[in-house]
Design a protein around this ligand. Structure first.
Ligand code: ADP
Ligand code: GLC
Length: 480
């Protein structure tokens, strides 16, 4: 089984969030299920910098305004296809925005080009590799099922995964022909969405199968409250929609051999975590007070993640004798809020504003609990890393957070299966109540140690989910 995976980011080459982690980790897990994956991403400058020796395997004279090539290279254990289109991708800044965080105005064309190239590969453009199925991720790859649906001749099966329903990839209707979509595609049964072109909607409407990244999120997005205007469509496609839980890359996230930690540890040797607790306090300028509970946060600072609620709950957190280490970047108001909190409470609250892969690992290995108070969370990966690193996840009971953490209620404690704490709804009082419960658990060292031992042994890898994707690819390929 050959699968072309198509996305706008892929760890370790280019990453802004969990999408990159998933796209980067799934191929190795699928190899064990006899699925051969090649991954197509745009050749941004950071990607090209790692592509010395790449071989050109296909060319386009004019791909949405300029010449382009597909380069092939094996890098970081991945079989990569890089879409080298300098007129679209040779720019400073991140994958989606300029260095001042302003989205590129031609993002519709930039990612339509990715989808067009993917569709060509799907139909056999490469001399010796033709996929049985394509797997498109999020709105940036949403037009891929559309190009295959409206194009001529045999096509591979299509799977579309929504990692976040909040990003629609909307473009004005006037771009229809520029985006190489036929006039009849502009229809409620096609790419039309609120009077324009919806790339996410196109993927949801036209892919053979749709998945999202947890069973609970799959149910949530079919409701008007969480459906972002797409719930009606998702209900009509209920038979094609499944939730498949994300895993984490257990090699990249392995506390027994993690170069970013001060000391290795694992489920058999949890006491060795102590050196990391101390190292984290030093690294972040927190007081050397090992008896205090240290709460960690690693996140994009956006409304989705509930960080405004945490800012409001800080007095309670400090009153309970806890300290806080925050690593995050995003909205200016939230960045300023955490900077100000750290200045007001030196030694007790530390905030590192920015993106820092290495510090993320040390926070997982050195904090006692990791807070994820999301308003919605398709899956979430940081709570999975936290489990593996023995930082008890304290999570809002939404989406994949609800599916991956076992709340330390009386029944779970008595049965010996608790791995963290859940709270609902995502409000300040509920968050404060969760902090109260966390303090009580911390005070009961036996219960804490048992919960941590469960967390350290919780299954967070890809094995089960990779099998489910493999089964889905076989289904859509057989349907062609
Ligand atoms: P999302 O994709 O919605 O941002 P996830 O929990 O699925 O949320 O994935 C986030 C990923 O990005 C994790 O691998 C996490 O460790 C990483 N991450 C988020 N913010 C930062 C940061 N400021 N520095 C380093 N890593 C970060
Ligand atoms: C999105 C979601 C996150 C999920 C990630 C990977 O960024 O916000 O919950 O874990 O995609 O699927």
């Amino acid at each position: 089984m050959r699968v072309l995976s198509v996305a706008s980011e892929c760890f370790p080459l280019v990453k802004t969030g969990g999408l990159a982690d998933v796209v980067g980790a799934l191929p190795a897990a699928l190899a064990a299920c006899d699925v051969e994956v090649r991954t197509l991403i745009p050749a941004y400058p950071a990607v090209l910098a790692r592509a010395a020796g790449a071989e050109a395997v296909h060319g386009f004279e004019d791909l949405f305004g300029g010449p382009a090539r597909v380069l092939a290279i094996r890098e970081a254990g991945l079989d990569l296809l890089l879409l080298d289109a300098p007129h679209l991708y040779a720019r400073p800044g991140g994958p989606y925005a300029d260095p001042w965080s302003r989205d590129w105005p031609d993002n519709p064309q930039r990612f339509a080009a990715l989808c067009w190239a993917a569709a060509e590969i799907g139909r056999g453009a490469l001399p010796d590799w033709r996929p049985d199925a394509v797997h498109a991720h999020d709105w940036q790859a949403g037009l891929l099922p559309a190009y295959l649906h409206y194009g001529e001749g045999p096509r591979p099966g299509t799977v579309f995964t929504v990692h976040n329903l909040a990003f629609h990839g909307w473009a004005p209707a006037a771009l229809l022909s520029e985006l190489r979509l036929p006039p009849h595609a502009f229809d409620i049964e096609g790419v039309e969405f609120f009077g324009g072109i919806g790339a996410l909607k196109a993927g949801l409407r036209l892919a053979d199968r749709i998945t999202t990244v947890s069973p609970t999120y799959a149910r949530e997005i079919a409701t008007p409250e969480e459906g972002q205007g797409l719930d009606g469509l998702l209900r009509t496609r209920a038979g094609a929609l499944t939730g498949i839980l994300n895993g984490i890359d257990e090699t990249a996230w392995n506390p027994g051999a993690d170069p970013h930690l001060a000391a290795p540890f694992d489920a058999g040797h949890p006491a060795a975590r102590e050196a990391n607790r101390a190292a984290l306090r030093v690294r972040m300028g927190l007081e050397a007070r090992p008896e205090r509970l240290l709460l960690g946060v690693i996140t994009r600072l956006t409304g989705q993640k509930g960080m405004d609620l945490l800012l409001q709950a800080l007095p309670r957190l400090l009153g309970l004798g806890m300290d806080l280490a925050v690593l995050g970047a995003g909205e200016g108001g939230l960045e300023a809020g955490f900077r100000a909190a750290a200045e007001a409470h030196p030694g007790r609250i530390a905030a590192h504003i920015g993106y820092d892969e290495s510090l993320a690992h040390l926070i997982q290995g050195g904090s006692d609990a990791l807070l994820v108070p999301s308003r919605f969370e398709p899956c979430g990966l940081t709570q999975l890393c936290a489990l593996r690193y023995g930082a008890l996840p304290v999570v809002a009971r939404v989406g994949g957070l609800a599916d991956t953490v076992i709340d330390a209620n009386e029944a779970a404690l008595a049965t010996g299966v608790a791995t963290g704490l859940q709270f609902a709804p995502t409000t300040v009082p509920a968050l404060e109540a969760a902090l109260d419960r966390l303090a009580a658990l911390w005070a009961d060292r036996g219960a804490w140690a048992r919960t941590q031992a469960n967390a350290l042994r919780a299954p967070v890898g890809w094995v089960r989910s990779a099998e489910r994707y493999a089964a889905l690819y076989r289904e859509v390929a057989a349907g062609r």
